[in-house]
Design a protein around this ligand. Structure first.
Ligand SMILES: [Zn+2]
Length: 508
């Protein structure tokens, strides 16, 4: 008799549905696994054998063949233990023949038959749903994540003996556990913590509203990190698809506690400048994909403090994801694409010693050293940064001034501006002003006559073509924040102000 069950393996941060076929035939008792299984899958037969015995069922005294398909895709890990066990119970008629119809089984089986939460249960359930599978059996620790997948019935199972009882109709499944409170990335931060820095607070609001990458230039300890950490607090909640992607990524990375539900707020990642390119871009260890900081920042903010101190391969590695929203990890025979659409905030000192701001009286760096330092961020990376802010130490008067708007107040304005842009771009493949392609900017998204005149004037004064593109993108966001139909002279003037100092090479 041949039984068929569906299971799921995880490749990168996505699930892949696997058909498990179990044949129990007469012959000398033996067991074989075919279909590109790795060692962990191959050992599955021994774990399943113990688990079936401990669940009070019988392992057949016959020749057992386990086939995994599609046969040409390598299968890793222990997520197929449970579907293999179900296949054997089906093939030996220990559970009803119809019990695996339209269902998949997600979990790792202990020798004692206990069902453990599967780290990547969410991407697994999404893959199952896309294959038309309507019912998912999971461990209690995976239930909160999986129940957000639309159109899927979640059946909560404690162990193999419990599963057998449920499939035989002898016992009810467990209830879905209550969601555990997640510690979000920046729960206690608020924009109203920032005293002074009126310019910086405004730049953050504009960056949030238009999805613009931002750089902060200023001496050490002036408040760059404090500003960057508060950007997520004024960004809107993640949309449903991004929330599912972000939750899948953090689950695969092992960053979500068991019992956690959907991540709904933008993540914040701040890797140290000594981090390796691998830690930033991600890697594959054995058969496990380890997402890097760029992927963990997907849907949120990537903050690089002391950006010029990052290694050249790390900084170079940012370019492709900033263009495509994807990090590609190469390994021996295949490549894995991980999502990495983040908002970048880079902070840098004005010069190696950090004192070269304003009149720079105490700076002892040579002109050469300064130039070399700023050039580390030159070229294509700088090209993608629309807002460059110079952060100065607030005066005593500014520090004593009243607190500004709270994150909640600013987030409301940001959401309104984003809605205006989303409506304008509803037929187009992008949704925020930062994604406006350079080729289209001048033709389709020009400012009014006064704005055009000011932009032309700035170009005569030395503003490059690419610089003008960035000014125009930011001007659109300013118009959205002011609830106007398009950018005019005032918005262009303000956007020119947000471009900040030309500290890098002049040719950009
Ligand atoms: Zn210096």
């Amino acid at each position: 008799m041949v039984a068929q069950v569906h299971g799921v393996v995880v490749s990168g941060v996505a699930g892949l549905v696997i058909r498990v076929e179990v044949e129990v035939a007469q012959g000398l008792p033996s067991v074989g696994v075919i279909g590109l299984a790795d060692a962990a899958v191959g050992e599955s037969k021994w774990r399943v054998r113990s688990a079936i015995g401990n669940a009070g069922c019988k392992w057949p005294a016959a020749r057992v063949t386990i086939g995994l398909s599609p046969a040409d895709i390598p299968k890793h890990g222990t997520s197929l233990d449970l579907p293999i066990a179900v296949g054997i119970l089906l093939a030996t008629e220990q559970i009803p023949a119809s019990s695996a119809h339209g269902a998949t089984f997600i979990g790792e089986l202990g020798l004692d038959g206990e069902l453990r939460a599967f780290r990547a249960a969410l991407p697994a359930a999404i893959a199952a749903q896309r294959c038309g599978i309507k019912r998912v059996y999971v461990a209690p620790g995976s239930a909160r994540q999986v129940c957000v997948v639309p159109g899927v019935e979640v059946v909560v199972i404690r162990d193999l003996a419990h599963l057998v009882s449920v499939l035989r109709g002898e016992a009810p499944p467990d209830a879905i556990p209550e969601a555990e409170q997640l510690n979000t990335a920046t729960p206690s931060f608020d924009m109203c913590d920032i005293r002074g820095h009126a310019h910086g607070r405004f730049a953050l609001e504009v960056a949030a509203a238009g999805g613009h990458h931002l750089s902060l230039l200023g001496p050490p300890g002036v408040g760059k990190t404090m500003l960057a950490e508060r950007l997520p607090t004024i960004l809107p909640d993640l949309d449903e698809q991004t929330a599912i992607d972000v939750t899948s990524i953090h689950a695969v990375a092992g960053r979500l506690p068991a019992g956690a539900g959907l991540v709904s707020r933008p993540p914040f990642q701040a890797p140290h400048h000594s981090a390796s390119a691998t830690a930033l871009l991600g890697t594959v260890r054995g058969h496990r994909t380890i997402p890097g900081a760029l992927t963990l920042a997907h849907g949120g903010v990537l903050f690089l403090d002391e950006a010029p101190e990052f290694t050249r391969p790390s900084l170079e590695g940012l370019r492709q994801p900033m263009e495509s929203g994807v990090v590609r990890i190469m390994r021996a025979a295949e490549s894995i694409d991980l999502p990495a659409r983040f908002q970048l905030v880079m902070a840098a000192n004005p010069c190696p010693c950090g004192h070269g701001v304003g009149k720079g009286a105490s700076c002892r760096c040579t002109a050469m050293a300064k130039r070399r330092y700023t050039e580390r961020l030159s070229g294509p990376l700088r090209d993608r940064i629309d807002i460059r802010l110079e952060v100065l130490r607030p005066t005593m008067g500014e520090l004593a001034a009243q607190a500004g708007d709270s994150s909640a107040q600013i987030a409301e304005r940001v959401a309104l501006a984003r809605t205006r842009a989303a409506v304008r771009f509803s037929e187009l493949p992008w949704s925020v002003n930062a994604q406006l392609p350079a080729g289209e900017l001048r033709r389709k998204w020009a400012p009014d006559a006064g704005g055009c005149a000011l932009l032309t004037e700035a170009e005569r004064g030395g503003l490059s073509l690419r610089g003008a593109d960035r000014v125009l993108r930011v001007a659109w966001t300013l118009a959205d924040l002011c609830e106007e139909v398009g950018p005019g002279r005032d918005h262009i003037a303000m956007a020119l102000g947000l471009r900040g100092p030309e500290s890098g090479p002049k040719n950009d």
